[in-house]
Design a protein around this ligand. Sequence first.
Ligand code: GLY
Length: 358
Amino acid sequence: MPVIEVELGDAGYPVCIGANLLANTPWWSAHLPDGRVLVVSDDRVAPLYLDALLAGLPDRAADSLVLPHGETAKTVENWSRILDRLIALQAGRDACLVALGGGMVGDLGGFAAATYMRGIPFIQVPTTLLAQVDASVGGKTAVNHERGKNLIGAFHQPRAVLADVGTLDTLAEREYGAGLAEVVKYGMIRDAEFLAWLEARPAAILARDPETVTELVTRSIRHKAEVVAADEREAGVRALLNFGHSFGHALETVTAYERFLHGEAVAIGMVVAARLSELRALAPAGTAERLAGLLAGLGLPTRLPAEIPARRIIDCMGLDKKNLGGKQRLILLHAAGKAMIDSDSSIDQITQALEASR
Ligand code: GLY
């Protein structure tokens, strides 16, 4: 079983990767604190994996709370429901929240763990590719506000992450594809060799060949762990993980979170950012086409819908919390495999890149 350590001193933790880990009793005993356990899940994941997880908890009475699925459930109201349950259980500081599900459950459950009694331990059990390779590692927790995604949140590192790649077997094709966007992101921002590895095996990736998936998840988590260890609070290099996300978040917002999955919006956003990098002569010609080719081969969208005006995306980006001092702070590319933070793009250049991405 590959185990990757997120090196954060006292706040460091292991990410365990493998198949059929959910019911692995020794694993649980090693990582659970002594107090009450509340498993938070959603109504899609719970019928599939909640029983297996509960059966794996050693001699432990665990409670569970099943919330509606989907990004629209990542609300203050559902955060409050988790806190109500913890209070009803008389959970103390030695309690542990286990987040079983995708990014929504991890972000929301993590935020509840971050805020209950000023912070209790939590364990991430991500069941989507996106959550395994990105959201479950790094301690970003949040809920959405109607004015923007993840506007209310906290950094709160999990005590451990259990990435059971067996849970990816039941993932809908679109959900799996959306996770692949974040995998491609690691290649684009910091690992040209990984990018070539991905380009060489789209069929095995799409067929979810177990060895390929385990390697793909392991390599991605290693990248995430290294970046988080270098910059836990996003003062510098961690911002590179936002490649494609400023455009992607704006696209999700203007389409009311209904048209694109997060990873799909990020896929389009990465292509726009790559086009902007070329337009600014920061990256060689052909970088965006190469990226678009890889994404399309993995079944992901790469074009901005014709009916969404560039202006709407740009207006929406004005609210993006990653902007500093009113400038458009964006993650651009030097090349496929090397990203940079840049604040020098003009609105005209951004508009051109958006228009060129239709
Ligand atoms: N998903 C970006 C980050 O964790 O920093």
